[in-house]
Design a protein around this ligand. Structure first.
Ligand SMILES: NC(=O)c1ccc[n+]([C@@H]2O[C@H](COP(=O)([O-])OP(=O)(O)OC[C@H]3O[C@@H](n4cnc5c(N)ncnc54)[C@H](O)[C@@H]3O)[C@@H](O)[C@H]2O)c1
Length: 371
């Protein structure tokens, strides 16, 4: 077992992050330690309700919770206020009170939706995050961001436009749950692990490189180390900057590029795949602006590639609209494109004035074309 304490000084909040194969079987004990109450709600991804959900349910019932189970679809289109509203109704019907915990069992979608319901029902009830995707274990379940999409009149999703900071009482990550996660989703989680490695722990890149077969075989010991090391980067950052005033923005490495290609239907990219291409583009921008050595950028691309993530656009798209779209990304400050770029000292920095030429060359590097 690996255990970390997350301290959020501004809120006087402090909680444990546990990584342990088989931890799901003891979930009831972990929840009792932080939210001893009669009633609880298990908010579970419908895809895993009968498998991991059943294990969690048995453990929570054994810990003498009067348990209500609420299933949710892990679908961005259902990550909305309507879904939260349905959950409020279920919470009310279950007799949930101020002290009744919500246990979010699933990937980032479930953690965000159930977390937001927990943050707002009766002005906030205890939340326990039980992430079941690699992405959620190393990223989404840590740091207290919860929220839903607000579909926009334009038809776009309005990703995460509604939300609240609501820290969990404990995060319980059981790497055994990743046994049922498909390879493509596991690779998407690895994109975030690589991102964390680039930001703050470059030795994590060689760990992934050297241990890839064991990771893909879901070897429990290797996954435990991967999750713990990768999550440690996020923990360190959110401890220093809960509200994304500065340091937390580093977690957007690769995302400013990634966000503009993720919605393009012709590319058919998942979030982690778009981030992987974004990491390559950010690496190249960093080389062109003298922040990163070419060999370091190559090392980042090598690990992305060996993992089986894309380093280039699957089909060429025009760079002009991509550059224009970056200006609408929420990381824009005062009209300039703010980018997170890796640096040669093994970390990353927020850059306010990335030259347009370097950004255009970075898009060309990953396969975009001039009109
Ligand atoms: N709150 C934050 O700080 C934060 C950070 C990063 C991402 N996010 C959010 O997280 C979401 C993405 O998270 P995600 O990639 O975990 O997505 P997800 O919740 O959609 O899960 C991905 C897929 O894996 C399935 N799944 C989950 N666990 C499984 C398991 N153990 N076995 C088999 N299948 C399983 C789900 O049903 C889904 O099809 C996005 O909505 C994003 O906005 C939030």
């Amino acid at each position: 077992m690996q255990r970390m304490t997350v301290n959020i000084p501004g809120r006087g909040s402090r909680y444990e992050f546990l990584v342990k194969p088989g931890a799901l079987r003891d979930l009831g004990t972990y929840v009792r330690e932080v939210a001893p109450h009669g009633t609880a709600m298990l908010a579970v991804d419908e895809r895993i309700a009968d498998s991991h959900g059943a294990v969690a349910r048995d453990s929570l019932v054994s810990a003498e919770y009067h348990l209500q189970t609420h299933t949710l679809a892990a679908d961005e289109r259902h990550k909305t206020l309507d879904t939260v509203r349905a959950m409020y109704d279920a919470m009310l019907a279950a007799g949930m009170e101020r002290g009744s915990p919500v246990i979010a069992l699933g990937g980032g979608v479930i953690g965000d939706v159930a977390g937001f319901a927990a943050a707002t029902y009766m002005r906030g009830v205890p939340l326990v995050q039980v992430p079941t995707t690699l992405l959620a274990m190393v990223d989404a379940a840590i740091g207290g961001k919860t929220g839903v999409n607000l579909p926009l009149p334009s038809g776009s999703l309005g990703k995460n436009l509604i939300g609240a900071f609501w820290q969990p009482r404990v995060v319980v990550a059981d790497p055994d749950t990743l046994l049922t996660l498909d390879d493509r989703e596991l690779r998407c989680g690895l994109a975030e692990c690589i991102k964390h490695g680039v930001i703050a722990d470059r030795s994590l890149l060689s760990f992934i490189y050297d241990n890839l077969p064991a990771i893909m075989q879901r070897e429990a010991k290797t996954l435990t180390e991967l999750v713990a090391r990768s999550a440690a980067v996020k923990v360190a950052i959110v401890q220093a900057d809960e509200r994304e005033a500065g340091l937390r923005a580093l977690l957007n490495l690769g995302h400013t590029f990634g966000h503009v290609i993720e919605p393009l239907p012709e590319l058919n990219l998942k979030h982690g795949e778009a981030v992987a291409i974004g990491l390559c583009a950010a690496g190249h921008t960093a080389v062109l602006t003298g922040r990163l050595n070419l060999s370091q950028a190559d090392e980042i691309e090598r690990v992305i590639s060996i993992v089986g993530l894309p380093t280039r656009l699957p089909t060429p798209v025009e760079s002009g609209p991509l550059i224009a779209a970056m200006a609408y990304d929420k990381k824009v400050a005062g009209g300039r494109v703010r980018l997170v770029l890796p640096t040669s000292d093994g970390s990353a920095e927020l850059v306010d004035d990335a030259p347009r030429d370097a950004v255009a060359a970075a898009w060309a590097h990953v396969g975009a074309i001039d009109a």
